[in-house]
Design a protein around this ligand. Structure first.
Ligand code: LLP
Length: 444
C-alpha cells in the first residue's frame, strides 16, 4: 500500500499512536489497518462494523509472554471472544479466563484446552458449575463462602477440582468507580481485612474434593499504575504466609488478575507492562523471602490490553445537526455497540477516514442513532468542519468491551467483526439482523 504525507485533519505526530501498529496512511485521507483500507471494509461489510487486526492481537499476546516469561498469562475472554480469538490466544500460548458457561463452551468447542482455563464469577449458576466440571476446567475461583459447599457437592465425593480463593486486598484502583474491585463494599471476592478470606480457606480445606492451589486478586480495570498491583500483591502474600502458619499449607499459585490500562486517546497513559512485570516479580521475591515462603507461580489475566487497541469501530455519518453553538454528528451505531461512554464517561478519538478534508477542524459531538440524549459516542472532539452525511468515521481502541457489551437496543442489531491480516479481510462474526430478532421471538 502507498504511504503518503498528506496533511492530516488532526494535528499531532502521535495521532496514530493509539492505532494498531500496522496502520498506514493511504492517499486521499484513507487509512489501512492490517494492509486493508478501512473504506473498503466499510463498502464490503457495511457499517457499523468492528475491524480487528489479527497481527496486533498476536503481537500483544507475545508482548505479554515476553514480559512475563515465568508467569501464566490468561486472556480475559469477557473483553472479546470469538472462535478465531480463541485460536489466536491458544496459538500464542496464553491461557483463558472465562466467567460463564457461554464463554467456556465457546472456547472449548473451538478447541481450547480446558485445563488452561480458569472460571470466575461472583455468582456462578448451576449451569456454569456444571459446564466447568463436565468440561474439566483447570481452576475455579471461589468468590463467596456459600459456593464452597455447593461446588464440593457438585464435584461429588470421588471427584477433584483445583480452586483459588478471590481475595479483596483493600486497595482502590481503576479507571472508574464501576470497575474498581479491590476494596471492601463491592460485590466481588472475600475480604482480607474482615477475615472472610481466611474463613473461606478453612472451609475449603475441610472439603477433600476441593484442592486449594492458590489465591486470586483482581483489583479493578483500566489501571495505569504499577503501584496498586504491588501493594495488593504484598497484602495477598501476607495472607499466604498466614495460611501457611495456620494450616501448614504453602500455596503454589498467585493470580493477580487483569485490569491493565490502555490509552483511548493520543497522549493518555497506559500501563507499562515491563514495569508491571518487574514490580510484581520484585515484590513477590522480597515478600516471599521475608515470610519464608516458596515463591508461587504468578498468573495475570489481561483482557483489554490484549484486544482493545487491536480493534477499530467504523461508522457512517447519517446526519449533521447544528443546534445553538453545538454540532452533532450522528452515526449509524451508538450506545448499542459501544455503551462505554454512557457507562463510564470514557472519551474516544474518532477520525474521518476515506476522504481528505482541507476544512478547518471544528468541535463536534459524535452521537448514535438511539432514542436517548445520553447516546453519545464522543463528546467535544475535533472533526473537519465540512463533515457530512456519507462520511466514514473510525474510532480506534474499540476491540475490548464493545461487542461483548453490545445490546439489542432499538433492534438495530450488533455489528459484525471483520478480521484484517496481511492485506486480506475476513468476516469473523456476522452482523445481527432482523431475522435474528425475529427468530428469537417465538410467542404468538
Ligand atoms: N480478571 C478478572 C477477574 C476480571 O473481572 C477482569 C475484568 C479481568 C481479568 C480483565 O480485566 P481487563 O484487563 O480487561 O481490564 N466493561 C468494563 C471493564 C470491566 C472489567 C471486568 N473485569 C469496561 O468496558 O471498561
Amino acid at each position: 500500500m502507498t504511504m503518503t504525507t498528506l496533511p492530516e485533519v488532526t494535528a499531532g505526530a502521535d495521532e496514530l499512536s493509539i492505532w494498531p501498529a500496522s496502520t498506514s496512511r493511504l492517499p486521499h485521507g484513507g487509512l489501512a489497518v492490517g494492509g486493508v483500507s478501512l473504506a473498503e471494509v466499510a463498502d464490503r461489510f457495511d457499517t457499523p462494523a468492528y475491524v480487528l487486526d489479527e497481527g496486533e492481537v498476536r503481537a500483544r499476546c507475545r508482548t505479554y509472554r515476553d514480559a512475563f516469561p515465568e508467569a501464566e498469562v490468561m486472556y480475559a475472554a469477557k473483553a472479546f471472544l470469538s472462535r478465531a480469538m480463541v485460536r489466536w490466544v491458544d496459538e500464542e500460548g496464553l491461557g483463558l479466563d472465562v466467567c460463564s458457561a457461554g464463554e467456556l463452551e465457546l472456547a472449548v468447542t473451538a478447541g481450547f484446552p480446558p485445563e488452561r482455563i480458569v472460571l470466575h464469577g461472583n455468582a456462578k449458576s448451576p449451569r456454569d458449575i456444571g459446564a466447568a466440571l463436565r468440561l474439566g476446567v483447570g481452576r475455579i475461583v471461589i468468590d463467596s463462602a456459600s459456593e464452597i459447599a455447593r461446588l464440593a457437592a457438585a464435584v461429588g465425593p470421588g471427584g477433584h477440582q483445583k480452586v483459588l480463593v478471590r481475595v479483596v486486598p483493600g486497595i482502590s484502583a481503576g479507571g472508574h468507580e464501576k470497575i474498581r474491585t479491590g476494596t471492601d463494599g463491592q460485590k466481588f471476592g472475600l475480604s482480607l481485612t474482615d477475615g472472610s478470606a481466611q474463613h473461606a480457606v478453612a472451609r475449603i480445606l475441610g472439603q477433600p474434593q476441593l484442592e486449594l492451589v492458590g489465591l486470586h486478586c483482581h483489583i479493578g480495570s483500566q489501571i495505569t499504575e504499577v503501584k496498586p498491583y504491588v501493594a495488593a500483591l504484598r497484602r495477598v502474600v501476607g495472607l499466604m504466609a498466614r495460611i501457611r502458619d495456620a494450616h501448614g499449607l504453602v500455596l503454589p499459585e498467585l493470580d493477580m488478575g487483569g485490569g491493565h490500562g490502555v490509552a483511548y486517546r493520543p497522549g493518555e497513559p497506559a500501563l507499562d507492562l515491563t514495569a508491571l512485570a518487574r514490580g510484581l516479580r520484585g515484590e513477590l521475591a522480597s515478600a516471599c523471602a521475608a515470610a519464608g515462603l516458596a515463591v508461587p507461580r504468578l498468573a495475570v489475566e489481561p483482557g483489554r490490553a490484549v484486544v482493545g487497541p487491536a480493534g477499530v469501530a467504523l461508522y457512517r455519518v447519517l446526519s449533521v445537526k447544528h443546534t445553538g453553538d453545538r454540532v452533532f454528528v450522528a452515526v449509524d451505531g451508538g450506545m448499542s455497540d459501544n455503551p462505554r461512554p454512557a457507562l463510564y464517561g470514557v472519551r474516544y478519538a474518532p477520525r474521518l477516514v476515506g476522504r481528505h478534508s482541507g476544512a478547518e477542524p471544528r468541535t463536534a459531538t459524535v452521537v448514535g442513532r438511539h432514542c436517548e440524549a445520553g447516546d453519545v459516542l464522543a463528546a467535544d472532539v475535533e472533526l473537519p468542519g465540512d463533515i457530512r452525511p456519507g462520511d466514514l468515521l473510525a474510532v480506534p481502541v474499540a476491540g475490548a468491551y464493545h461487542l461483548s457489551m453490545a445490546s439489542g437496543y432499538n433492534m438495530i442489531g450488533r455489528p459484525p467483526v471483520v478480521a484484517v491480516a496481511d492485506g486480506a479481510a475476513r468476516l469473523l462474526v456476522r452482523r445481527e439482523t432482523l431475522d435474528d430478532f425475529r427468530g428469537r421471538d417465538v410467542g404468538a
